[in-house]
Design a protein around this ligand. Sequence first.
Ligand code: 13P
Length: 253
Amino acid sequence: MRKLIIAGNWKMHGTRTSVQALLTDLTKQLIVSDSVEMIVFPPFVFLEQAQRLLEGSAIKWGAQNIAAEQSGAFTGEISATMISDFACQYTLIGHSERRSLYGEVDDMVAKKFMLAKQARLTPVLCVGETLIEREKGLTQQVVSRQLGAILQLAGGAENLSQAILAYEPVWAIGTGLTATPEQAQEIHAMLRQQVAQLNPTIAQQLRILYGGSVKVANAKALFSMPDIDGGLVGGASLDAQEFLQIYYSAQAK
Ligand code: 13P
């Protein structure tokens, strides 16, 4: 039985005041379930605040990105070991906004994935196709190439044993459009199958989250699918009540 995860990617939102309010509401109000984990991904500058407010609670925290280098003259970059210093256990890797807006190609994403592992972080590897790619019927090819880049570099599926996957169709991110549960399930099953070809045990244990306009209204139907192990939530994770309700809708699985 895979434990579900409800993760909040805050993207570039928040102030010290709003972070204080959001995390206080979450820690005070969350009724923890044994079958669902909660993780938040604040911007780097709020990680210390997150550590202070969340340590000792059931809520975990992580970073939205890490540098593709370990240390050195890379102005403006933040390394995996730096974020580990804030007791982060997770980092997003290869989010579609990093790929499309900051030129992160598969090789760079794979390098970041390995640096996260070396720093003992659990990478949350994001994959997903654009609308044009979906319309051209290339969805499976694109996500399988994105996952394949990691499997190749890692020399097998073993590195996925301490990793999480997130399928986020780019056309569903921040648009209000959501993949139907069936559309998402099809891709999740395919990704799991791709890992299973190398290592069936790891594939069975791998958590694959869905992301793209997850809301209270669609969460339950998505999470009820056999290969959807929770959600990576953007906009709706900035509202404590909405995020808590999404967490609770994962419990029912
Ligand atoms: P939205 O939930 O705002 O569509 O964002 C999804 C996402 O990109 C999470 O990483």
